[in-house]
Design a protein around this ligand. Structure first.
Ligand SMILES: [Zn+2]
Ligand SMILES: [Zn+2]
Length: 213
């Protein structure tokens, strides 16, 4: 699996384009700058199979409707976040735009689902705490996790936005700490890292990994 990050928008979010040898692709978190994402896909001659959303915050869904119009393929998102993501309650000061709603969200994600797209099988992990309907996409064969805003290199997602909860986030971090060390974490902001590195250098992940239950 070839994974290409595109940094988009005022919050410098990572939109990831993951593709296989046949140039079939998944778009993860089209957060802003729809034109840049669409042009990248066309220039690389990729054929998009699905659009995956880790969570509903503006900086992860603001280009969703436009990208979906360009590539009308199934959108996968957790219904708990889809509920508020395209409404006034999704404003993030000092930026006051409400994301356009896509025509339809074909796949309602939930814990434990397994999906296969472009020849890769991945699991849906519910990882609430940063937002209530936050999910991670875990590709065990490819040792890859698209983790949205749950964990970053050296840090974790904020819990002060509506629906955020620090105790709930701690439970989600505990789940991540149980994934294989070699798992590559593709974060919603900043560089990619691994479970091994974060257990060593991330104070939050090392804390939950070493704490007795
Ligand atoms: Zn977020
Ligand atoms: Zn974000």
């Amino acid at each position: 699996m070839n994974v290409h990050p595109i940094m988009v928008g005022a919050f410098a979010s990572n939109c990831f384009i993951a593709h296989n040898e046949q140039r079939e692709a998944l778009i993860i978190d089209p957060g802003d700058d729809a034109d840049v994402i669409i042009q990248h896909v066309r220039r690389e001659e990729l054929s998009v199979a699905a659009i995956l959303i880790t969570h509903g915050h503006v900086d992860h869904v603001s280009a969703l409707a436009a990208v979906h119009r360009a590539f009308p393929v199934p959108i996968a998102m957790h219904p708990v976040d889809a509920d508020w993501a395209f409404s006034e309650s999704n404003q993030m000061p000092p930026y006051y735009g409400v994301p356009d709603a896509p025509e339809q969200i074909e796949r309602e994600l939930s814990e434990g689902q397994t999906w296969t797209d472009i020849g890769y099988t991945y699991q849906v992990l519910e990882l609430p705490g940063h937002s209530p309907g936050h999910v991670g996409f875990y590709f065990p064969e490819q040792h890859a996790l698209f983790s949205g805003d749950v964990v970053f290199q050296g840090s974790v997602g904020r819990t002060d936005l509506p629906g955020g909860d620090g105790r709930v986030l701690t439970q989600s971090l505990k789940r991540l700490a149980e994934l294989p060390d070699e798992t590559i974490i593709y974060c919603g902001h900043g560089p990619s890292t691994t479970i091994r590195d974060e257990k060593r250098q991330n104070p939050y992940l090392s804390y939950v990994a070493n704490r007795k239950p």
